[in-house]
Design a protein around this ligand. Sequence first.
Ligand code: FAD
Length: 467
Amino acid sequence: MTSDGAFDFTVIGSGPGGYVAAIRAAQLGLRAAVVEMAPLPGGTCLHSGCIPTKALLQAAETLDGAHEAARFGVTIPSADVDLPSLNAYKERIVQSNAKGIQYLLKKNGITAFAGRGRVAAPGRVEVTRPDAPPAIIETRAIVLATGSTVRALPGIEFDGDRIISSDDAVAMARLPASIVVLGAGAVGVEFASIYASFGAQVTLVELLPRLLPLEDADLGAELEKAFRARKIAVHTNTRVEEVDLDGDGVRITASTDGEPLGLAAETLLVAVGRAPRTDDLGLDGAGVRLKDGFVEVDEMMQTAQPGIYAIGDIVNTPMLAHVASHEGIVAAEHAAGSPPQPLNYDKVPSCTYCAPEVASVGLSEEEARRRGHDVAVGSFPFSAIGKAKILNDTRGFVKIVSDKQYDEVLGVHIIGAHATELIAEASAALSLEATAESLFHAVHAHPTLAEALAEAAMASHGRAIHI
Ligand code: FAD
């Protein structure tokens, strides 16, 4: 074993949590190191999550656009998916971003260790390296940022071909003619959307009563309507009981509200959530506490062991890249003694990039009522927005939930074209504690989809203009 130097701040894992934490620490003058066991930095987000799925969704949107081109008076004789080119496009983006992260680490003077990291003791990280003896890093602070892995359902093993995970789906080795997607959270509905655009016959199965169960109920209902219009079969309240390989495909035995349901498809995609990656991290003797498999932290992202932090998917907060990154910034600032601003999880935006897109920030109507707010709701449909007509996509609406007493905007919920971009204004509004009144006094340019936000704010006062 060699001692490979002393650092102030050592991060295990270089996903959006880990690499951002290291950069912020370096900005604050800490000697920072990152340990990564994968060949390239970036984590799930870059290699099998956010970025490649959005590349696939962009290709899906382009294909849908080509099929609808005639509506715009544009002739495109034929359009189809070219799988090798699609995968090459996706890979170009991934490689370019990985290089970008390497550049940023170098620019900030961060030492990168290639290998598997574990906590040898508080203040000490051991790195097992493929082609070198283990390295020992002495460090003032350790940040656990090892992310998560796909979760299988008991009795349903992934085989990478007929029963696949999101990792397999991202790789897109082939396009099945039919697919059952199990789980209607963000990952499930995004893949249902991608496969439907690429011409597969898609069936979406969800145990709970609605799609996107974590979102405001109106969004799930509207998405179900839009998916059915896209010929995606939707089965909510449905429990999968058995999956059998059958000929070239899979046979699924399920029940909906107790009534038997049989499904068959070429491929089954299981998208039922992810499991935090805490195995073999040396946590047993490190004084770090786990709960339900997640590492327990305080609002400064510090574990039960002072000097050991945990961020991102291994802590029980929303499994989102931007959450991981902000948690990394909080950990770095705390370790550097620079007063951090803890994350307000009530104001974290959540985006689902299916067609139509879904995005929200803040409290759902149900949650706002549960917390005792006297709630005002304003909704405005994109069908009354000129820009939506120009885009030939009038699906969906903006819904604003505010507090009647103070008029403070508590939540904004959007389904429709470009919802994931529109939500940024709502995030800023919540962050600035805006009122519905102030939202509609902010002049919105015409013609834009964002006008629906101002109209929804006015609707919450019974003053929407264009409906
Ligand atoms: P990760 O990104 O998982 O990174 C962890 C890193 O740690 C990995 O590089 C891993 O190799 C490394 N590592 C693990 N153990 C060790 C060890 N012992 N030693 C050294 N290195 C180790 N989120 C969004 O916000 N927007 C999206 O659009 C979005 N889309 C998604 C789509 C899919 C299909 C999936 C699966 C996820 C998506 N997510 C999305 C979630 C997002 O990817 C995660 O929330 C995010 O990557 C978590 O970041 P992290 O830094 O905690 O961990």
